[in-house]
Each structure stands twice: as C-alpha cells, then as structure tokens.
Design a protein around this ligand. Structure first.
Ligand code: MSP
Length: 654
C-alpha cells in the first residue's frame, strides 16, 4: 500500500479490462465497483489515485460477436464500449482512465514489449499444436480437459489448433517467481488463491504461446505481420500502458507498481498470478504490490453467472427492482446495490445473488438502521435545538469509543479489502447510536428541561451520523452526499475528508435540512404476494406450453353418456359413420365418427358411449355433426369408451 509519507507515489488501482462482447453483467460490475470503492476511499484520504479499467478488444470472440451483429470488429467494439461507458456512468464508477486495447498508444506499447522480449530471447518462434477453447481464448493441456474434450472453464467443446507461433519463455522465470512469491505472502490475496498460484508455479511454468495467425484483428507481431499478439498477452500489457510505460518515464516512475490489481478468481492463477508477473520479470519491471481475486456470484442453484453460460444477471435489473419496490431514487438504488454486493458476501468468497436478499437488506440495513437513525434524529434537532447544532457543553462524546472502533475497523477493511468487515463495523456503530437515542431519550431530557444534556446527546448522534457518512461514502457516494446535505454540512461547504473520521469534529453552526426519507421502506409482504402471483402465472404458462390444461378448462367440456340409436355409413367416406345418439335431450343428435374401419354400424346400435356434447357443430363430408364420440387409439380407433354399467343417456361424465 502506498504510505502517506510516499507523497509522490500514486495509488494505482486496476480492474481487468473486459471483453466487449456484450454489456456488463454482475461479475464485471462487481470487480469494477469494488475497485471504485477503493479508489474513492484513497481519494478521501487525500491520496492521488489512478483508477483504470477498460476494454479487451482483440479476442476471437469479439470478432465472432461482431460477425453475428453484421458489423466489422471496430464498429462493433465502438458500440459495445459505449454501452460499457454508459453502464459505468450509471453505476457511478469514478475511473480516471478507460483504456481500449485498440487505441494507438496501447498498440505501440504492446509492439514495443513484444519486440523487446524477442530481442532478449524471452519470446521465440516455434510450432504449436494444442487444445483451444475459443470462447475462453485459452489453450488447455489435455489432462485438464473434461470428459468429451470439454473446456474445464466454460464446459464447451475445445478444438485442436496447429500453427506456427511465438512463445513466451515463462519457464525461465518459474523459479525466480516462486521464490519471489514465497518471500512476499502479501502479494497475492486471499491466501486460498495464493496457494493455488504457488502450487501451479511449483509444477513448473510452461512456455506459453503468445501469438495467433493474423486474421485482420489484433496487434501485429513486430516484423512478422502474419501473426498477431495473443489477446491475453496484449491485454495484460494494458496495465503498463496506463502507467505510461516506455512513453512517459516520469509518469511511470510515479505510478508503477500497481497498488491493487483486482480480478475474479478465474483469471488469477494462469494469467495474473503467473503469466503476468513472469512477463514483468522478463521486462525487469517491479511486480504489483497486491493481486487480489474476489469470488464468484452464483445464481440461485449454484450455477456460475457468466456471459458464456447465458445466465446473466444485469445489475441494472437489480437497480430498477429497488426503485420499483421502494420508490427510492435511481441514484440511491445504485448505492444500495453497491452496498449489497459488499455486505452480503466476504470479499474473496463466492456468493449467491438473490433479489429477495437485496430487498431484505434494503429494509433492514438501509431503511431501518441507517435511514431510521437519520429520520428520527433530524426532527429532534429541529424541535429541541431549533434545527441547529452548536458546540456542546460538557457531557458530549459518549459515543466516541464506538466511533473510534468503527473507524479503525473501516480503515483496516478498506486497506486489506475486507469490505464486508468494514461495513459490519459501521453497522455496529449504527446499532449503538440507535440504542443510545432510545436510552438517552432526548424527548424526556427536553421535558425535564435538561438543556445541556439534551444538546450533548443530539450532538453525539449527529456527529456519529457525520462519521458514518464519511465511512460509507466510497461505497455509497450519493447517499453519503445526501446525508451530508441533510446534516447541513454542504451549506457549511465542509469537504469530505477521511481525516475527519473522529468523534467531535462536527462543526458548530450546522443547520439540519430534513429531506424526504432516503430509503423508503419496502412492503415485503406485498412483494412476496406479487412474486407468488407471478410464479403462479409463470407456472400456468409453462403448463400451457407443455399442453396441460387447468381444471377450469377441463370443466368447460360437456361430456355425457349417449346411446346409439342408429348408425349408417357415410357415402364416399370409408372411415366415417353417421350415428344418431340419444343424449337425454328432447331430440336425438347426429354425430359423425371416424370409426367405420373398426366398428360395423350394427354392433354399435344400442351401445352407450361418451359424447363431447358441447363441441362446435361441424359439417363433415356434407353431413352435420353435433358432437364427438370418445374412442381409444391415436392413429385409428381401437375401442370405444363405454360405461362399465348401465347409465341413463344424458348422464354427465366428469
Ligand atoms: N478480458 C479478460 C481480462 C483481461 S485483464 C488483462 C476477461 N474479461 S471478462 O469480460 O471476461 O471479465 C471477467 C471479469 O469478471 C473477471 O474479473 C471475472 O472474474 C469477473 N466475473 C465474471 N463472472 C463473474 C461472476 N459471476 N461473479 C463475479 N465475478 C465474475 O476475463
């Protein structure tokens, strides 16, 4: 971590750069939002931050997606990048740099790195044959494939590719890298991921193929235009490009090494944990201070959420759900989703994304704990202190220890990426503050005329809310600003600074400005009822699709016992008989039945059968038919459906 004393050093935070095949989903949003929260935290501390994210554009799957959309890759990537920029804007991602691998500056750096490693012998040309997964853009050794030659990651079929190619001599750095990582346990986190990386490297790093044949998309290999640089090699270099590598030495000196490189666990071991540091060693460049891999969000049922599996959870759906159910603003809903992502699951472990969980947390943590403290306190300040907070007399500072504890935990959480622990600490403070209001009962102090005590209690609570606003600001920037405004701190032009996360720093003279509740409570019963109704409708639709009918639909059928009183062939139709049946009505009916091949007219007369009595009348071969006789047999009638004992004509069948 860049220390405060290293004034010049920039806190450099990266996310992976994303394949621009579709718009962002919950996975990419997770990494990016976490990086954003960290970037905001460091800025709040007054540190200079370079927060970079971007787009990984030279992948085969991008070419395929472009083809499918009927666009050339450039036009296609331009379009999807716009969707990313828009999504990041809406999720309030405060990146300083959005790098596209197709931009000239990056292409230049990639060419430079490649040429340099060719020169040093760290890249060489050879033939390659291997199992390649196109959706994952990865070669896999045979023993890692799943049965049926399926990709171990996305479970699709892999292909054998043979080509002349360039190889990166990773094997040369295997031992050095292992030694380096073993000596620095803080470089890769969490420990579970670090152990995976170490055991991967202990098997010995293999030289890896870092080029593909040039199909017109990608960074050409310098001096050999028949090849382009492999998308992963190209993509990892983005982190160097952003830092000004080879193009701005002064900047590079200030920015490098990255302070935090965030990613999901799937791209740690093979890429960020081994290929990337080996590349840096080959270039003689310092390794990142921290590589951190978070876990995966899975959909209910344990399935991985990912584009290639098609079960995308769009974070925007979650935002819209909150707006719809609670009536909060879109900006607040964005903050609530951000909060949910870090509160629900320990950063580093897997979690299950559920809209029920999201709504429940909105009510319990945001509307109740945080919203309630604010909404109950401001009216008290208005009523008892004429809306204004002054420097308290003796007795204030009762919550100081709780505040200090939460601040210490939050600081540690932000620094060590324990984002859940950080939020838990803040929520413990909220619980203490709510309890403090209950116990000190400002309304009773007012009644008893204890003015000094009353002012001290309200000062402590408002001051605590101020510190909470500061601490949650990196995760919930809009909410923090709104609280700041309602506390009257915006009017005082008080800047948000982490250094003010201490009890007793609430300036005198703030006039509170009560607003609409930030988190209107959600009626969870109503949500449950509606979702049960929706589930029922969906079930009914599914049944319909499967050919099922409801009981009501069945009840519409008028089935009755009918006695055949007469039967005749239909002229010119071998399969048809014209029956006259008595079904208990005043007049017998005439029914045409396709049973002539199995039954003779004579054997039918006097027989009791089942008639569909409310079938629309039809004319069959010029003969009127008022109903249908039931028979078994799909292709041809095998048997008539008859009652097993005497029943009067007209009796209902049900
Ligand atoms: N382009 C590469 C990264 C190159 S970086 C030099 C890539 N891109 S991606 O678009 O597939 O982004 C994947 C990112 O989203 C990774 O950090 C990945 O781990 C994360 N996630 C994808 N699905 C996820 C979940 N379901 N849950 C959490 N994060 C997951 O990989």
């Amino acid at each position: 971590m860049a220390s405060d004393s290293a004034q010049d050093q920039v806190v450099y935070i990266t996310t992976p750069i994303y394949y621009v095949t579709a718009k962002p989903h919950i996975g990419t949003t997770y990494t990016t939002t976490a990086a954003d929260a960290l970037a905001r935290y460091h800025r709040l501390r007054g540190r200079e931050v370079l927060f970079a994210t971007g787009s990984d554009e030279h992948a085969q799957k991008v070419v395929r997606a472009a083809q499918a959309a009927g666009l050339d890759p450039r036009a296609f990537t331009d379009r999807v990048v716009t969707a990313y920029l828009d999504a990041w804007d809406r999720m309030k991602i405060s990146y300083d740099r959005f790098i596209r691998t197709s931009e000239p500056e990056h292409v230049e750096v990639v060419s430079h790195v490649f040429a340099r490693l060719l020169e040093s012998g760290d890249i060489y040309k050879d033939r390659y044959e291997g199992w390649y997964c196109v959706p994952c853009e990865t070669y896999f050794p045979e023993d890692e494939l799943l049965e049926g030659n399926l990709c171990p990651d996305c479970h699709r079929e892999v292909e054998v590719l043979t080509e002349e190619a360039y190889f990166f001599r990773a094997s040369r750095y295997s031992n050095d890298l292992l030694r380096e990582l073993e000596a620095n346990p803080e470089r890769i986190k969490p420990d579970s991921r670090r152990n995976e990386v170490l055991s991967f490297i202990r098997q010995g790093l293999q030289d890896s193929c870092v080029s593909r044949s040039n199909q017109g998309w990608g960074v050409p290999v310098p001096g050999d235009e028949e090849h382009v640089v492999y998308v992963w090699f190209d993509a990892l270099i983005n982190y160097l490009t952003v830092a000004g590598y080879t193009v701005d030495d002064a900047k590079f000196a200030r920015v490098w090494p990255p302070t935090i490189q965030l990613m999901g666990k799937d791209i740690m071991t093979r890429f960020h944990g081994s290929m990337w540091p080996a590349m840096l060693m080959a270039l003689g460049v310092e390794l990142p201070e921290l590589l951190f891999a978070h876990g995966f969000w899975v959909a209910a049922g344990g399935e991985k959420i990912s584009k290639s599996r098609g079960n995308i959870v769009d974070p925007w759906d979650a935002v819209e759900l909150l707006v719809e159910e609670s009536g909060c603003t879109t900006d607040v809903a964005v903050d609530a989703v951000r909060y949910y992502l870090f509160r629900e699951v320990t950063f580093g472990l897997d979690g299950t994304f559920s809209s029920g969980g999201l709504l429940a947390r909105f009510n319990a943590d945001l509307a109740n704990d945080l919203g309630n403290l604010l909404n109950r306190t401001l009216p008290l300040v208005e009523r008892f202190l004429e809306g204004s907070i002054e420097t308290p007399g003796p007795g204030a500072g009762e919550l100081s220890e709780d505040v200090a504890r939460a601040v210490a935990r939050a600081e540690e959480g932000y620094e060590t990426l324990d984002l859940r622990g950080m939020l838990e600490g803040i929520w413990e403070l909220l619980a203490s503050a709510n309890k403090f209001v209950d116990e000190r009962a400002p309304w009773d102090l007012h009644k008893a005329g204890k003015k000094v005590e009353l002012a001290a209690v309200l000062y402590d609570v408002v001051d605590t809310i101020r510190v909470v606003a500061l601490m949650i600001a990196p995760v919930m920037p809009t909410v923090a600003e709104e609280i700041w405004r309602q506390l009257g701190l915006e009017d005082l032009a008080l800047e948000m600074r982490w250094d003010d996360c201490q009890a007793g720093k609430l300036p005198a003279g703030a006039s509170v400005r009560r607003g609409r509740p930030i988190f209107p409570r959600i009626d969870l019963d109503r949500v449950r009822q509606r979702s049960a109704a929706r589930a029922q409708q969906e079930e009914a639709a599914r049944r319909k699709e499967e050919g099922m009918i409801s009981f009501d639909e069945f009840k519409k059928m008028d089935l009755r016992i009918a006695r055949v009183v007469d039967a005749d062939p239909v002229e010119g139709a071998d399969k048809l008989l014209k029956l006259t049946v008595d079904c208990g009505e005043d007049e017998p009916r005439q029914v045409v039945a396709g049973i002539a091949e199995t039954f003779s007219p004579r054997e039918l007369i006097g027989e009791s059968v089942v008639l569909v009595a409310n079938l629309e009348p039809a004319e069959i071969r010029g003969v009127q038919s008022q109903g249908m006789i039931l028979a078994a047999g799909e292709k041809q009638p095998l048997a008539l459906i008859v009652p097993d004992r005497d029943v009067e004509p007209g009796e209902k069948v049900r």
